[in-house]
Design a protein around this ligand. Structure first.
Ligand code: NAD
Length: 385
């Protein structure tokens, strides 16, 4: 195969951005040969790009080798399973699914390494997070003792929530900030630090917006080795911030906005504590602002990597199977809030599914905001991290 023929399902904010990039030739070796959405959401037809209003018909059309799923969240599971069963390569937008049981079903449909199955976690391509990951894996920080991530720079307005009927409902989206904005942060979290052993969550539902799902979250993650982490997020705090502090034996690495500062201990703190004869001494330390390589998180880089994986077997930046971890963290934070107790991981996916179904079936929330308004592509582009 010289070129991957891809079919895109979902031509909303994200799908239109993907379409524009692929059509502009920004992903080498990838051609958009089919699109699928409701008739009223399809653009004017263009040569070489078949149009479909039925997903299964697109799958069986013979016009595509791969599928890019950019629909509301619940469809990721059903469409992903159908595409994998049709023998196609699949790239699914985040989140992988809404809940862990659906992730398990979706991952079970993957046929093996000959079928490329990736997830759109483009923040993994951000040079700043790659820098942090390499400092951790190279041992620069030493053993990690404590993590704080305050990612409250996801401010969203009532207009945003009114822009789609599926948004911010248990039935349509399956959650709020944890399912829509934070899959990125939670994916980075597990990519950098691994999964904790226990999760305690404090979610507030519709604290800042006229919505039924969570828009304010504080969570605590515990590891059996004694490491603790605090994770905070919200779509209601302005200006908000993105502050990640990692405290290790060799010092503190601090990301704030786009700056990265490392206060490095000359000797590991535990060693110093055991060896020092002085009661109030601290290890000598230096602070430096680390240079960040040029570049930013890129959807196109993930699509390029997906295409290269199909054409030449490159390893994926974000294999879809890893998407279950951010969902497990999000689900555990919500379950813990509902039950008012800590949740041990791995969590019970069936219990979470039942709890979510209960919220869908008992929902009495009516959106009081004005009828849906559209978000311009310019506004949407500003939302990328
Ligand atoms: N990676 C990122 O940075 C990023 C950013 C924004 C959104 N997303 C993800 O992209 C996905 C879509 O989000 P959005 O903001 O574009 O939503 P949106 O509401 O703007 O668009 C969704 C589109 O899907 C279509 N659709 C719904 N049901 C369908 C069906 N059964 N068959 C075909 N088309 C159908 C709708 O008509 C609409 O055009 C979500 O999973 C979201 O989390 C990812």
């Amino acid at each position: 195969m010289q070129t991957v023929r891809i079919g895109l399902v979902g031509l909303g904010n994200m799908g239109r951005a993907h379409r524009a990039s692929i059509r502009a030739g920004k992903v080498e070796g990838l051609t958009l040969t089919a699109i699928c959405d409701r008739a009223e959401s399809l653009p004017d037809p263009v040569p070489g790009e078949a149009q479909f209003t039925d997903f299964d018909t697109m799958l069986q059309s013979g016009t595509i080798d791969a599928v890019l799923i950019a629909t509301p969240h619940y469809f990721h599971t059903s469409m992903g399973i159908a595409a994998l069963n049709a023998g196609l390569h699949v790239m699914v937008e985040k989140p992988l699914s809404v809940h862990k049981a659906d992730c398990e079903r979706l991952i079970a449909a993957h046929k093996g390494p000959q079928q490329v199955f990736g997830a759109m976690f483009q923040l993994r391509t951000d040079p700043i997070y790659q820098q942090i990951k390499s400092l951790i894996t190279d041992g620069e920080l030493g053993t990690i003792r404590r993590i704080l991530w305050d990612c409250t720079d996801w401010f969203r307005t009532e207009t945003y929530y009114a822009s789609g009927g599926w948004r911010a409902t248990w039935k349509g989206e399956g959650g709020g900030v944890l399912l829509n904005q934070c899959p990125h942060n939670l994916d980075l979290y597990q990519w950098l630090f691994g999964m904790p052993d226990q999760v305690t969550g404090f979610c507030q539902f519709g604290r800042y917006h006229d919505i039924e799902v969570e828009d304010d979250v504080t969570a605590h993650f515990r590891y059996t080795n004694g490491t603790h982490a605090t994770f905070i997020t919200s779509t209601g705090e302005a200006p908000g911030r993105n502050l990640l502090q990692i405290s290790g034996e060799r010092g503190i690495l601090s990301l704030e906005g786009r700056s990265l500062r490392f206060s490095r201990n000359r000797s590991p703190m535990s060693e110093f504590s055991a060896a020092s004869s002085a009661g109030f001494a601290k290890p000598e330390s230096w602070s430096i602002d680390l240079p960040i390589p040029q570049g930013s998180a890129s959807h196109n880089e993930v699509l390029q990597n997906f295409t290269n994986a199909i054409l030449s077997g490159s390893p994926l930046i974000a294999p879809a199977a890893e998407g279950i971890r951010s969902i497990e963290l999000a689900n555990a934070i919500l379950l813990s809030s509902w039950k008012n107790q800590s949740i041990d991981l791995p969590m019970d996916s069936a219990e979470y599914e039942q709890q979510l179904l209960h919220r869908i079936n008992s929902s009495a929330h009516v959106k009081k905001t004005p009828p849906p308004r559209t978000i311009s592509q310019d506004d949407f582009a500003k939302s990328f991290k």
